[in-house]
Design a protein around this ligand. Sequence first.
Ligand SMILES: Cc1ncc(COP(=O)(O)O)c(C=O)c1O
Length: 719
Amino acid sequence: MSQTANAAQAVGSPLSAAGSSSTSSVPASDQPKTGSDAAATSNAAPNAAQAAGNGNGNGNGNGNGPRPRAARPTLDPAWTVDDSNVLYNVRGWGKGFFDVNRKGHVVVRPTKEPAREIDLLDVVLGLRERGLRTPVLLHFSDLLQRRLLDIRDAFEGAIKDNGYRGRYLAVFPIKVNQQRRVVEEIRDYGRDHGYGLEVGSKPELLAVMGMTTETPDRLIICNGFKEDRYIEFVTLAAKLGRTIIPVIENLTELRLIVRYAEQYGIRPRIGVRVNLSTPGAGRWRHSSGIKAKFGLSLSEVLEVLDFLKSRGMQDCLQLLHCHMGSQIHDIRQVNSGVNELARIYVELAKAGAGMRYLDVGGGMGIDYDGSQTNFEFSTNYTLQEYASNIVYKIMSVCDEEGVDHPTIVTESGRAMVAQQSVLVFDVLGANRLDRFQVPTTLEAEFGADAEIPRPVIDLWEAYSMVSERRLLECYHDALQARDEALSLFSVGYMSLKERALVERLFWATCAKIRDKCREMPSIPEELQDLESAVSDTYFCNLSIFQSLPDIWAISQLFPIVPIHRLDEKPTRKATLADLTCDSDGKIDRFVDDHDIKKTLELHELREGEEYFIGAFLVGAYQETLGDLHNLFGDTHVAHVRLDENNQWWIDEIVEGDSVREVLHYVQYDATRLAMDVRKEVERAVRSKAMTAAESHQLVKAYEAGLAGYTYLECESHLD
Ligand SMILES: Cc1ncc(COP(=O)(O)O)c(C=O)c1O
């Protein structure tokens, strides 16, 4: 893969190469919004502690970590934290869980109560005192608990309001976040409400079996491909007394289930996954439909029932399942999918199957941009609306056909766990393309008698003549002169000094045109990419491939916001680049209200002071998808709780990978490597290339490196 683009490369690249095009969102549906979600986005008043600038938590103290300066003057006195809140739409995507306090720091409100909050900067600095540096993934366990309750309340509320006569059961698909701690929390927080777990593979099943031994009645749903041994194990688990339902994805599985049921003398609970004809929507639309990877056609579902009938086992077919895709952004898709599913359910029940469970799968979306619209990174519905529509649709279809109301099962993954995780990383430095200074005259640069190449003169003129009336003309002239200069340089007719001036003049001209564009009500189409082309690059201490792989792999959007200094106006616009030597290791698409923006507003970096950025809503799918590109390993993970006195505390720390560990993953023996380095060093001492003391220093540094974090660990990188 190619190397990270730097300023010099950028000079040679046309502006058209910068960023992807914007995507407009479709206006919100006219479905009514519910009270509970509206309340979640309301503006909560800061509490007294905030107003007094009084941080809580046990993270502060006499640590050595850099601190934000007290009472820092704002560059624009008119700018307030409310302006930052609007700019980054924190309350929109935060849904009551995230906000900005009076100090200009992002806070987490794990229970949505305005008086109970955790200051993210406080946590990051507190971790620093405990020897844990950024990048760090923060898990907010109380937030997860609250989210599980919200989902349960929404369904139970809908059941009560509609007079539905069945139950609701949530099962968590562990592939969405397999981290032991997260699954345990869901198991424990869901204890009183019977939360179950969904597995999609044999390893996942074995993990879940081992961690639910104390709660054998918990529903375990087995999706995905199942071979002989897997099905034998599921059969024995059922015999053990577990409430376990294998969901048939193909007819071979059915035969195996029946064979083992007969062999072990049990009557299994069996599920069947059907492919709906309702078209999917959004990025994962191919999860449903006749060509979907999983699930049976209607004819095959009937074959399943006939086969079971032929064995006198039709009462064992108890669950009907479908999965309409993830991040469903339009409620109409949920409505029509559930309607079709319910129709199939009642027909199976009437045909003699022992139907009891209707599993609508996952798919409930997250409003990543906070716009609450029918946009692929948003949702045009609330949690309450989602639950009400599902309950109501199933009930009306069953009532029409005189079929008992089933237990409704959902497999929401993203909607359960996305919000509980925040990735915080520090900025190492910035590259500014508009920093280039140009001389007052060309003579001042080259001397009065110098023979200046024509393209340099043309560029100089383009730069000098920039005005609102001639923006496009100057831009075209600058592009042409720049290209001619590059050609001259490549055939040896231009000096390095002249070439360097071309670079400065070109970017200074672009910056001047960009500044003019900022003052204009509408920008000519050709210049619309200029803002992102001239934007800064902020280099960040993280690996996109390890910590935010969905950004790279599927162009996922997450809200990304500085976690402090939000009482100051951000004066820079930037894209983010990670530590990897890969040009894909960048973030150049950011959530915007109803749109995608190519740059993020950030603050000017200050010498000797760290700058922290948070990526929010990252708890779904990301955590086990990351890879070891450039051997950057897992980041530290801290599980943060809030006690009754509103003090945050660290419940558990999972240290990130050391260099030694990542080397081991790719089959290096770090001890062996260290021994070989030691031998080479000894040879250097013998040949007097280095002193014994220097050799000791080198070996010490090598061993410390092996034991250390894979990310940059220095105190402050900004200068
Ligand atoms: C069968 C099944 N159930 C549930 C889910 C979870 O979906 P989501 O995270 O969108 O709720 C998935 C995800 O792809 C899935 O394949």
